[in-house]
Design a protein around this ligand. Sequence first.
Ligand SMILES: Nc1ncnc2c1ncn2[C@@H]1O[C@H](COP(=O)(O)OP(=O)(O)O)[C@@H](O)[C@H]1O
Ligand SMILES: N[C@@H](CC(=O)OP(=O)(O)O)C(=O)O
Length: 448
Amino acid sequence: MKVAKFGGSSVANAEQLQKVASIIQDDKDRKVIVVSAPGKRFSDDIKVTDMLIELGEAFFNKQPYDQKLQAVLERFQSITNELNLSDQIIKEIKDGVEGVLHSEDSDALKMDALKATGEDSLAKVLSAYLQSLGIEATYLNPQQAGIFVSDHPGGAQVLEESYDHLYQLRGRTEIVVIPGFFGYSKAGKLITFSRGGSDITGSIVAAGVKADLYENFTDVDSVYCVNPTIVDNPKQITSLTYKEMRELSYAGFSVFHDEALIPAFKADIPVCIKNTNNPKAMGTIIVSKKEPQPNPVVGIASDTGFISIYVSKYLMNRELGFGRKLLTILEDEDISFEHTPSGIDDISVIIRESNMTPEKEERVITRIKRELDPDTVSVERDLALIMVVGEGMDSTVGLADKATHAFHQADVNIEMMNQGSSEVSMMFGIKADKVNDSVRALYRMFFE
Ligand SMILES: Nc1ncnc2c1ncn2[C@@H]1O[C@H](COP(=O)(O)OP(=O)(O)O)[C@@H](O)[C@H]1O
Ligand SMILES: N[C@@H](CC(=O)OP(=O)(O)O)C(=O)O
């Protein structure tokens, strides 16, 4: 049995859905299908999820939202028209959105329910389309499938019991279409995963049904060793380990959500990234172990939007509990940290800028000054992280030398370097405006 997830680009319009249907028909093992909401049809287009978020924001700000709702309905209407399906779903979306907006739920729950409308409606459209082609298919809501999650709107975590519920799907004879991106709390509230979270649903479902393969259909032939929007025609990666993919997706390989690997990894289910627009291409397979490769580096990922809080204090290394106290201040503000590179008398805490507000920052800095009595505390902004990743790196001499040489060639100052003890990756912190030049220089160094 295979679980196939189709991302936003694969379900963006009727033509894409026709490709999806023929992919499903091509392999009788594709029994469980997970879908995203319609994504971009062209580069300046707006994803349905973003349209729904805008609609919610307009409502919360007491602004008119009718046109925004109309635009969502039109996206679905054009799909149902072209696929000759009933437009009953259009009425359901309209009533559903109004029902959510005027419910008694908190704004956070309303927003999650709105966001999920894209996936939920598309799953209904796809199952109706498959039925119209004479294929036995049913839509299955995540609550009926038993996908239970923690009560964190916009950041759900799956509850263990979901896997046993999902195992029951193995008894189904027809094709089951499940909307991605959300589950239900034990209190019965709809809660979404973080953005891009349909990949997570696919992985949870694959682990639950103990699938032989989790296929993740997107709009590229494979995972490339660098982001193809930064380097033209980069080399394709045929196989990756879970560990490598986890590091690469954490650091910016947006083709696969970094949280999505965990369920598949724990259940040891191979993941294959494939192209809906070219399903014959081999794709990239992600497994627990792979043959040693001639090149110890498999990929170079980059991400922007980081800040660093730098704290220095003479004899910091002797002060018991200094690091704990510093991190507690962040924890009290509900801020998670990414990395903590340190020296004997100083420490930096790297944070995603999206986790920080000006108010939080002011409180954090005030408390650091008051409670830790540092010599210096400063905040550095507009940082990017670059990760050079590969399982073979631990046994290869001279890779850090090659990497720093590439930064030198690109005339980029390295603000921070970090190599984890696992040696699966090297991480560099640089100014964000230099990130693409750096990635290109590293690509030339390691792959050309
Ligand atoms: N290293 C990489 N390899 C392949 N694609 C990448 C990589 N890094 C970033 N991407 C981007 O990821 C995109 C696919 O992810 P996404 O837009 O989330 O797809 P979907 O709509 O299928 O969910 C590609 O179009 C590509 O621009
Ligand atoms: N539609 C949701 C979830 C998702 O996974 O989308 P996509 O497959 O387009 O990355 C989002 O945009 O966040």
